[in-house]
Unconditional design. Structure first.
Length: 262
């Protein structure tokens, strides 16, 4: 019985490690030692047990997620992840929005944070297919809101389908603030959903300038459906943990990458 608390703590730690790996994509033994205050041997044992259970995949010096690229967290699962990063990214993105602009906001938790910075911008028009963004703007700002209608994608707070796509196809915006589940120089911007890919592609085609908002956990990851090459992006705003090699390669493709301090 005396060992039960240690055993229980080990299970909690393993569950936490799994969550960290899923969120970050990969993690080192050193990072986990610092996080949990245990020895490298303990962490390696945890990673071995988690790999046997199929929860993670061990790598040299750490672990990586073994989830399928099709897997997608819904809005409820994402809303409390990387919050400081998303807030910092959104604050910087808002600096590019001027009175009189017509902008489009992609669905997502980072673009929702951006919506909160639109209070007080005069003569602003916002096109979106995100229900929460439209509702927040309607309640808290004086911006003109154009909501793309269509079937609602349950648990993702957005509309999808040809009705929304056809409506957006008739519009033109100065700036698009978009998001992606996977971002790489080699494969471009990607998402797990074909429906989401279709609407994102139309938004990209209807914007004079494209701003990609993403925390660094999405970098060098690929999802199921590619909807644009990285060269489609004019400005990428991410956090200061962004992979330096990716930043250099994206810059070579003509993307202005801004790494905000968190």
């Amino acid at each position: 019985m005396a060992k039960q608390p240690d055993s229980m703590f080990a299970q909690v730690r393993k569950q936490a490690i799994t969550e960290i790996v899923i969120q970050k994509g990969n993690v080192t033994v050193g990072e986990l030692c610092e996080r949990f205050g245990v020895s490298p041997a303990t962490i390696r044992n945890d990673l071995r047990d988690l790999e046997v259970a199929g929860a993670i995949e061990r790598t040299h010096g750490g672990a990586m997620s073994c989830q399928k690229p099709l897997y997608e967290l819904n809005t409820y699962q994402k809303e409390d992840r990387y919050v400081p990063e998303k807030e910092a990214i959104a604050k910087t993105a808002a600096e590019f929005i001027q009175p009189g602009d017509a902008i489009a906001l992609d669905t997502g938790t980072t673009t929702f944070q951006l919506a909160k910075h639109l209070v007080g911008i005069d003569n602003l028009t916002v096109v979106t297919y995100d229900l929460e963004i439209a509702l927040w703007l309607e309640r808290n700002t004086n911006v003109s809101i154009i909501m793309a209608g269509g079937p609602v994608r349950r648990n993702f707070h957005c509309t999808v389908g040809m009705t929304a796509i056809n409506m957006i196809s008739n519009l033109r915006v100065d700036k698009l603030f978009t998001a992606a589940n996977g971002i790489s120089v080699k494969h471009g911007l990607s998402t797990p959903s074909m429906e989401m890919s279709n609407i994102k592609t139309v938004l990209l085609d209807k914007a004079d300038r494209v701003f990609l908002l993403s925390d660094s956990s999405k970098i060098n990851r690929d999802a199921f459906v590619v909807f644009a090459p990285i060269s489609k992006v004019d400005v990428m705003i991410t956090d200061d943990k962004a992979n330096a090699e990716f930043v250099a390669a994206a810059t070579e493709e003509g993307v202005h990458v801004i790494c905000v301090h968190v």
